[in-house]
Structures are given as C-alpha cells and as structure tokens.
Design a protein around this ligand. Structure first.
Ligand SMILES: [Zn+2]
Length: 85
C-alpha cells in the first residue's frame, strides 16, 4: 500500500492523461485499469485509514503509478456520491 496525497497523485494523473488507460469499476474502491495499447490490465485498490488515503496497484511500480492516477479520477467522483447519498 502506498500513501497517496495531492503531490504524488498530480504526477500520476498527468501520466494517466497522456496514456489514457481504460478504467472499469469492479466495486467501490476497486478498479481495473487497462492500457489500451499493450492490453495490460492491473487492479487498483483504494483504502482509507483514519484520514490517510492509501492506494495499491498490482503492477511493478513501487511509487504511485499512472494506473492509480487513472482510477483516482473516477474514485473521487464515486466517493463524493457515496458521502452525499
Ligand atoms: Zn500500476
């Protein structure tokens, strides 16, 4: 699990905007991210402990990768809906 914050997410989101991977919602906090060019698919999971947010991806990256950057955009929208629902 990697702690996520606006700083390390910014880079990941920027990279995701370039690569434009396909994001599919598996369930709340669980996403499947596919690279449209290579077809490689990874699973991204978000969790929250107290007020700290964490993410994990099953790719080789040890930092916040662009899969997390791609999934977080959808996650923020869904999380906001869940809070207000
Ligand atoms: Zn990844």
């Amino acid at each position: 699990m990697i702690e996520i914050n606006t700083q390390n997410l910014d880079k990941a989101i920027a990279k995701a905007r370039q690569t434009k991977p396909l994001v599919k919602v598996i369930e709340f906090r669980l996403y499947q991210v596919t690279n449209k060019i290579t077809g490689a698919t990874y699973t991204v999971k978000f969790s929250k402990v107290n007020n700290t947010k964490y993410a994990e991806c099953n790719c080789k990256a040890t930092k916040v990768c662009y899969h997390i950057g791609a999934a977080v955009g959808i996650h923020i929208v869904l999380a906001a809906q869940t809070v207000t629902a």
